[in-house]
Design a protein around this ligand. Structure first.
Ligand code: NDP
Ligand SMILES: O=C(O)C1=N[C@H](C(=O)O)C[C@H](O)C1
Length: 269
């Protein structure tokens, strides 16, 4: 059994992760952590998510439970992710990180810390998105030099705090890498006013925030006379939660290192 601690257990993803853990063979819900001061502390996690009593009480500190679990799953905020990885490193525990919006410095630190503990870090845990990264690289290699403009369009629910989404950035990087471009200099993240015509090599990003959209991503390859669109639409957060629990079972057996869902799913070319 792999004992899993869910960080941010009261969040949109946290609740799904608790449910996915309870439903997965080989996974055991070891702990569910919420913010100190939360009224949920002490509640039974199963009752909290409507799954019936499971005998695990909500707690407010990863520190207190970390020696009793094998893997942490973190879908929270970059600040809490930083703290969680440091704690996992100190206690030799693996971690699965789904949190998005980490900055370059935070990602660099994560890379250093992952030399000591196994880490799966992925902006999207769904099989479909991770497979589409390979399709995107194939399309970009074939089309980028043939005069096709590349644009990434994403849509999410009204509560999302980071933009563009981690998945949009991951897709943009996959495309840029496949056609020898640099997202830092050739990514265009806003257009407003008289900004002029697009350049051939830019990769544009457009963002929608509305209602309860779970997560939708399209990469468009457009030229005179035709366009190809590769689209992924998530209709339930359970797809991300199941991917994260699968990653937790995988990373519990892994050597220290920084991995992503391509590794977990065996999709790396
Ligand atoms: N990789 C993937 O497949 C996916 C990634 N995500 C990413 O996961 C992250 C979370 O998304 P979502 O669940 O929608 O967001 P929510 O805001 O619903 O959940 C985040 C949770 O983290 C908790 N939290 C924040 N700070 C602390 C703290 N210091 N101590 C304890 N708990 C804390 C929040 O508690 P409180 O409410 O009290 O602030 C909240 O419950 C985002 O970065 C999102 O982009 C989302 C879906 C899929
Ligand atoms: O915040 C979300 O909800 C999601 N965030 C991830 C991202 O930023 O790409 C993944 C998914 O699309 C849902």
């Amino acid at each position: 059994m792999t004992r899993i601690a869910i960080l941010g257990a009261a969040g949109r993803m946290g609740r799904m992760l608790a449910q996915a853990t309870l439903q997965t063979d080989g996974a055991e819900l070891g702990a569910a952590i919420v913010r100190p001061g939360s009224s949920l502390i002490g509640a039974d996690v199963g009752e909290l998510i409507g799954a019936g009593k499971c005998g695990v009480a909500v707690t407010d500190s990863l520190d207190k439970v970390i020696d009793a679990i094998d893997v942490v799953i973190d879908f929270t905020t970059p600040a809490l992710t930083e703290q969680a990885v440091a704690l996992c490193k100190a206690h030799g525990k693996a971690i699965v990180i789904g949190t998005t919006g980490l900055d370059e410095a935070q990602e660099k630190t994560l890379g250093e810390q992952a030399k000591a503990v196994p880490v799966v870090y992925a902006a999207n845990m769904s099989t479909g998105v991770n497979l589409s990264l390979n399709l995107l690289a194939t399309a970009a290699r074939a089309l980028a030099d043939a005069g096709y403009d590349i644009e990434v369009i994403e849509a999410h629910h009204r509560h999302k705090v980071d933009a563009p989404s981690g998945t949009a950035l991951m897709m943009g990087r996959a495309v840029a890498e496949a056609c020898g471009r640099d997202l830092r200099t050739q990514g265009v993240f806003s257009r407003e006013g008289r900004c002029g015509p697009r350049t051939d090599d830019e990769i544009g990003f457009s963002v929608v925030r509305a209602g309860d959209i779970v997560g939708e991503h399209t990469v468009m390859f457009a030229t005179e006379g035709e366009r190809i669109e590769i689209t992924h639409k998530a209709s339930s957060r359970m797809t991300f939660a199941n991917g994260a629990v699968r990653a937790a079972l995988w990373v519990a057996q892994a050597q220290p290192g920084l991995y992503d869902m391509q590794d977990v799913l065996g999709l790396r070319d």
